[in-house]
Write a protein that binds this ligand. Sequence first.
Ligand code: ZN
Length: 383
Amino acid sequence: MILRAGILYDGTLESPKRNVDVVIEHGRIAAVRAAEGDSDLAAACVTPGLVNAHVHLEASGEPDLFTMVQTTTPNERLLKAVANARKSLRAGVTTVRDLGSSNAIAQSLRDAIDAGTIPGPRMRAAGNVLCMTGGHGWPIGREIVSPWDARNAVREQLKAGADCIKVIATGGVLTKGAVPGNEQLCPDELSFAIDEAHRHGLRTAAHAIGAAGIKSALRANVDSIEHGMLIDEEGVALLKERGAYLVPTLAAAACILEHLEDGTQPGYVVEKARKIGEVMEENLRRAVAAGVRIAGGSDAGTPYNYHERYAYEVELMHRVLGMTPQQALHAATAVAAELVGIHRGRVAPGEPADVLLLERDAGADVRALRDPVMVLKGGEVIA
Ligand SMILES: [Zn+2]
């Protein structure tokens, strides 16, 4: 198949290429070359498929996430996950990392997608989050009682088919009683869990909002900081020094803040979100300015934050963090892909043919990503 691109963003920060053909063979990109002769498909703009490094597929943007988890059955949530996988893919999200699910829902979904029985993005899945007893995320968590228990909890996730691990380093917005600025798992628990995951070749992600927890997770060798809204200068320096990724999940905060006055979200959520909203932009912009590796991830599934709206995260990285549209696209493709670890998230020879066909130049206006004309996953047209 020959796909002709008016302008091609290949996922890197190099200048986009104009009038090129992307040659696709057996689901992979065989060549990228100057346009010549006939083509099978054509688009004004072509980009890699989007990679969302932070999602929860069993949730669909319900206003009170953990109450939803506690008042639905695993079967009901599995069906939500199936629907959300399909919506993600149609919207151009061809790879995701599910950072926390109950009942091994994400692992089952990943396996069904890999087997080709249901449509969805390529997936990595963390399974249960590792949290302190009663801590942030406990309704989808494995509650840790000691460092050695943290090791065992990693082994349990591995046994249940997880291919990455999520630890909860600080409180969070959506859990009653969990203070976002406070540390939750102890440094020893983080170290044991992260070391155990690495021993088995699994990458680790830390939910970390407060400055102290961010630094504890980084010192424990975590691969990515999720959220990071209250990061301080020492935390930014440590992120750079360790070469870890920051996944700012801007859409998660924005969607909660946009609906504060609706009366649909619990009071504690409203209160915590307001406080974080006042300082997060400045803190995250400081991290971007320092040259920290930013990977795209939206925390899709959280309140009003829909899986099919990942393009909004890319828009926010541009608008709020001051990244250029191409830098934001780079973060949501190649950088996020590097973190997820399935492929390189680029339109380059040897890569899976996961590409978006767009009507307009996404580098001129990042909103062009909102509704792709066509999505290819592994060279196949997504209906
Ligand atoms: Zn999350």
